[in-house]
Design a protein around this ligand. Structure first.
Ligand code: BES
Ligand code: ZN
Ligand code: ZN
Length: 479
């Protein structure tokens, strides 16, 4: 991505994206006339979120992207507008795309525009014959003279790095489960660590047995794919680590408590939390953030077979607690219980886990917010704020003590399901049982936000890469 200072906006790009609110400002630039004409023609339209291609007879093509006035911060509108523009340009095969940022824009808007451009430019075509046909367009943000160019450049670079990390996360989520196996994730971890200079340690099956990762091993038993536990570390300036944990179920068939066939193919995205952790570590290394960040990923498949864990089995994980497995499809919380136990051995400053954990969360919050559960008001406030600023919204659900009894087992310390009432919260409570009260901890249920079933703004149907920008926004606020 390139930052160009040019007033008026030059014509040497294929497409120019102009985000606008209500009306286009008048500074007598060449694109204003066609823009106004389009606005006149569409003023009665109820749908104010559309985009238009104008001036196709004379290059560059002009995309007007409506910015909605609403409850959301303006940054998100610019992110969506830039991304929608670049997606539209790609759809009609244009090669170079620029966005005109208003001259008085805050640095956070520059960052958001850069994010929108990089996010809108993403697609996954590796497994198609036609790959490479739609080569990625060259993209620029246009800086008008007099802008503090260095600061703008920094903001744009931050946006670009974060969005590229998010795109990596989207790619990992998109990979089919026969490619994106636990061992594949281990290979990617090693490769990225080598390239970017962070640490990656892979605990293989022997080590997991030796150390007693009994919950992860129990889930993995049904599959011939070997599980692993990944420890990624960005050293930063040292100190107690910020630990991020991501559920890495590379395919969730449900195990013996088998899921219905319809839609089961989607369960390749049950490693959305793990993918976010990858993106977070990559961006931490590339931005060289001051905090020490440790990413933990328990990775496995969850399949039915003659060797699979069965409903009624009692298992013991790393924590030593006994767990009655009522439903083998509630596997995420099992593998996370081992990861949370491991995390506490690192004397963490704070732990945040991310997991596509419950279908109930999709019922409760739909696709536009992740569920947040945490005993800490302070941590919750900070994460909620980061959610608004990043556009990756989250919504807090209560972890009241009354819910805990739903997990009481007749035979073990805890059972892994608490019935359908408050299913997202009882899953959160299960995790809480494995975290000491003194440790600041938050759980994010990203079941509804990891995969988009409709296209919108920069997002086509498919993997969203949610979590990367949210966590980095929060980390920035922690310095
Ligand atoms: N991975 C699923 C949750 C999920 C469902 C994620 C839909 C994304 C979309 C999880 O492992 C699961 O199967 N949870 C069960 C828990 C139940 C058995 C208590 C669920 O939500 O049905
Ligand atoms: Zn499951
Ligand atoms: Zn799952």
């Amino acid at each position: 991505m390139e930052i160009r200072s040019s007033v008026p906006v030059s014509r040497d790009v294929d497409a120019l994206v102009v985000p606008w609110i209500d009306d286009v400002a008048t500074s007598n630039e060449w694109w204003e006339k066609p823009a106004k004409k389009w606005l006149e023609a569409n003023r009665t339209s109820e749908d104010r979120t559309g985009w238009a291609v104008l001036g196709r007879e004379s290059r560059p093509d002009l995309f007007l992207v409506q910015i909605a006035r609403g409850a959301r911060p303006i940054e998100e509108s610019f992110r969506q507008a830039a991304g929608r523009g670049v997606r539209a340009a790609r759809e009609i095969g244009l090669r170079s795309v620029a966005v005109r940022v208003p001259h008085d824009a805050e640095l956070s808007i520059w960052q958001a525009v850069a994010e929108g451009l990089v996010l809108g430019d993403w697609s996954y075509d590796e497994l198609r014959d036609s790959k490479g046909q739609h080569a990625a367009p060259e993209i620029r943000v246009l800086c008008t003279e007099g802008e503090p160019v260095q600061k703008v450049t920094d903001a744009v670079r931050r946006g670009q790095v974060l969005a590229e990390a998010q795109n990596l996360s989207r790619e990992l989520v998109t990979l089919p489960a026969n490619v994106g196996t636990p061992q594949y994730l281990a290979t990617v971890a090693k490769r990225l660590a080598g390239e970017l200079g962070f640490q990656a340690t892979v605990l293989g099956i022997d080590k997991l047995r030796e150390e007693g990762f009994g919950a992860l091993l129990a889930v993995a038993k049904g599959s011939v794919e070997e599980p692993c536990f990944l420890v990624l570390e960005h050293a930063g300036q040292g100190g107690d680590p910020y630990v991020v944990v991501g559920k890495g179920v590379t395919f969730d068939a449900g195990g013996i408590s088998l899921k219905p066939a319809k839609g089961m193919e989607k369960m390749k995205y049950d490693m959305g939390g793990a993918a976010a952790v990858f993106g977070i570590l990559v961006a931490a290394a590339r931005l060289d953030i001051p905090q020490r960040v440790v990413g933990l990923i328990p990775a496995t498949e969850n399949l039915p077979s003659g060797s699979a864990v069965k409903p009624g089995d009692v298992i013991r994980g790393l924590s030593g607690k006994s767990i009655e497995v009522i439903n083998t499809d509630a596997e995420g919380r099992l593998i996370l219980s081992d990861a949370l136990t491991y995390a506490q051995g690192l004397s963490p400053k704070v732990i945040v886990d991310m997991a596509t954990l419950t279908g109930a969360c999709v019922v409760a919050l739909g696709h536009h917010a992740a569920g947040l559960m945490s005993p800490s008001d302070e941590l919750s406030e900070k994460l909620l704020k980061a959610g608004n600023t990043s556009g990756e919204r989250i919504w807090r659900l209560p972890l009241w003590p009354e819910f805990r009894s739903q997990l009481d087992s007749g035979i073990a310390d805890i059972k892994n399901t608490g019935g359908s009432a408050g299913g997202t919260i009882t899953a959160g409570w299960f995790l809480r049982d494995f975290v000491d009260d003194e440790v600041p901890w938050a759980h994010l249920d990203i079941a509804g936000t990891t995969w988009a079933s409709d296209a919108r703004g920069w997002q086509p149907k498919g993997a969203t890469g949610v979590g990367v920008r949210l966590i980095h926004e929060w980390l920035r606020d922690c310095t």
